[in-house]
Design a protein around this ligand. Sequence first.
Ligand SMILES: Cc1cc2nc3c(=O)[nH]c(=O)nc-3n(C[C@H](O)[C@H](O)[C@H](O)COP(=O)(O)OP(=O)(O)OC[C@H]3O[C@@H](n4cnc5c(N)ncnc54)[C@H](O)[C@@H]3O)c2cc1C
Ligand SMILES: *[C@@H]1O[C@H](CO)[C@@H](O)[C@H](O)[C@H]1NC(C)=O
Ligand SMILES: *[C@@H]1O[C@H](CO)[C@@H](O)[C@H](O)[C@H]1NC(C)=O
Ligand SMILES: *[C@@H]1O[C@H](CO)[C@@H](O)[C@H](O)[C@H]1NC(C)=O
Ligand SMILES: *[C@@H]1O[C@H](CO)[C@@H](O)[C@H](O)[C@H]1NC(C)=O
Ligand SMILES: *[C@@H]1O[C@H](CO)[C@@H](O)[C@H](O)[C@H]1NC(C)=O
Ligand SMILES: *[C@@H]1O[C@H](CO)[C@@H](O)[C@H](O)[C@H]1NC(C)=O
Length: 535
Amino acid sequence: MLNMGISRCSSSKLVILLFSFLLSNISMATSVPEDFIPCLLSHANPSHPISPAIFSPTNSSYSSVLQSYIRNLRFNETTTRKPFLIITALHESHVQASIICAQKHNLQMKIRSGGHDYEGVSYVAEVPFFILDMFNLRSVNVDIESETAWVQAGATLGEVYYRIAEKSKIHGFPAGVCPTVGVGGHFSGGGYGNLMRKYGLSVDQIVDAQLVDVHGRLLDRKSMGEDLFWAITGGGGASFGVVLAYKINLVRVPEIVSVFRVPRTLEQNATDIVYHYLQVADKLDEDLFVRLTLDVVTNNQTGKKTVRASFIAMFLGDSERLLSVVNKSFPQLGLNKSDIIEMSWVQSVLFWTSFPLGTPENALLSRTPQVLTHLKRKSDYLKKPIPKDGLEFIWKRMIELETPMLTFNPYGGKMAEISPTATPFPHRAGNLAKIQYATNWDASGTKAANHYIDLTRKLYEYMTPFVSKNPREAFFNYKDLDLGINHNGDESYVEGRVYGIKYFKGNFNRLVDIKTRVDPGNFFRNEQSIPTLPK
Ligand SMILES: Cc1cc2nc3c(=O)[nH]c(=O)nc-3n(C[C@H](O)[C@H](O)[C@H](O)COP(=O)(O)OP(=O)(O)OC[C@H]3O[C@@H](n4cnc5c(N)ncnc54)[C@H](O)[C@@H]3O)c2cc1C
Ligand SMILES: *[C@@H]1O[C@H](CO)[C@@H](O)[C@H](O)[C@H]1NC(C)=O
Ligand SMILES: *[C@@H]1O[C@H](CO)[C@@H](O)[C@H](O)[C@H]1NC(C)=O
Ligand SMILES: *[C@@H]1O[C@H](CO)[C@@H](O)[C@H](O)[C@H]1NC(C)=O
Ligand SMILES: *[C@@H]1O[C@H](CO)[C@@H](O)[C@H](O)[C@H]1NC(C)=O
Ligand SMILES: *[C@@H]1O[C@H](CO)[C@@H](O)[C@H](O)[C@H]1NC(C)=O
Ligand SMILES: *[C@@H]1O[C@H](CO)[C@@H](O)[C@H](O)[C@H]1NC(C)=O
């Protein structure tokens, strides 16, 4: 038997290095600019004091507040640059005060909601900075009658799912698989999950928003206007303002859905099965989403390394119909009735993130991630199936590199029906699947990080012939600083265009126009923010 325990949420293939490095160079936070705190105190709403929300490095809770939402241990090193202050907003006026005072003092502000940014962009910076932390602003108000909900930025996806299911067994929401991911980053950056082929992305179901802009004004969709609303539904919030909340449309799900997870190694015809999967994955019934994860395991019968292809399905229907859909469109999988499990939609969320069957639903409310590791992610878009000799080539390279995993998330269905300009997210019709490259490791230190990041980059290089080119597209929510870094200096537009075109294709220009209008001084900036037009 092979180890079957791949976590869908944060792939848990850990590598324990036999060496580790002690780092003596402690990266201290710089001191707080003198007038900043008085400014904050004077700008907050008097009936909502801001002082309990302010954590300076001398505060005994500073480290735990900082670490609570670090979701990539690569940025939990002693050498990682730390903020000179953390403001854990308790009220919208704290957000407004932070923006106004930070501009007055020309400070770099990082906005953090769930902290799942793959490159730590929400809580790390090259220059002195502070964090505006949104985790306290996390209410979820579900209204079944209108089939909508108002969701604050600091809520997690697990909280959103749980609160919906608490009120209805036939409603759900199309968003990500990992329950600890934050609404603030996830929704503003596109947000996809296993309902994507039926209902599109999270942003396709957003109908209103609350945003604090560069002037500290609290805006809704109407007062911000359609351009800015468009920008913050896929263009990333952090370039445009601080998102306080989104209003979402709930979607209908059947009372019973069906799932399966079927692994096949090379010895079990994985090549043939993956080949056929890539012919059909984007053309299947819209009720069916089958993710494919590829990793390297040891076949303990032969003692040899092999590639394992795991097919994980979400089906909006019962097991009988699922079996007939798969039997008809993808018989090569050899799916059996006994592979399929029927459950409620909210239980399928638990299944997909690899909780054991029978885990109570309130596990979705936990803010402790199931897996916390050092990680690197990259992404690609697949436009056409990979030929068999291509697959053989990929297997060879995977076995040589061993650690990086690949995950294919099929498109088609609703994804292909929505115009590529409807939201900033441009990857619609014409895409077979998005690929994620994932490497996780346990050892801290730069040497280990460089080693595993290098493996991930190598796999990405090997995949070049099979994926999109000119531009080689990427998914914005899978932040990857290899695609370019914006130093936000004189070259800002030139630097921003490099990654901007990969993430947003033709929508990049409109994002730049909107950015230039709403934040001409480029206050809302980070390593991969939308630049303003050159003056
Ligand atoms: C374990 C794991 C699983 C994931 N699974 C999925 C998945 O299934 N589907 C998917 O689409 N993505 C997935 N992602 C990627 C995830 O969607 C993005 O990393 C997302 O940006 C995380 O949002 P966050 O609020 O948790 O992150 P944060 O790190 O807090 O923020 C991410 C970015 O958004 C900005 N931001 C955060 N809050 C606000 C706000 N209120 N206003 C303005 N800007 C803000 C930050 O400044 C930063 O630039 C996953 C990531 C991880 C680590
Ligand atoms: C293979 O390894 C797993 C544990 O990793 C073990 O449970 C199983 O019995 C092994 N199978 C064989 C055939 O050795
Ligand atoms: C730490 O900061 C919090 C919030 O501002 C405050 O309530 C607390 O008294 C501070 N503790 C110390 C030891 O400074
Ligand atoms: C993050 O780093 C701190 C300080 O070294 C350490 O105490 C903490 O355990 C680390 N967090 C995790 C989850 O490893
Ligand atoms: C692999 O495929 C071949 C030919 O399609 C078939 O004969 C064989 O039984 C399959 N093996 C497995 C393990 O499914
Ligand atoms: C699958 O389809 C074949 C015919 O194409 C049929 O003979 C078989 O009974 C079907 N099996 C299931 C489980 O539906
Ligand atoms: C499906 O189930 C049948 C009967 O239980 C079994 O003989 C067969 O090996 C199974 N097929 C697969 C692909 O697991």
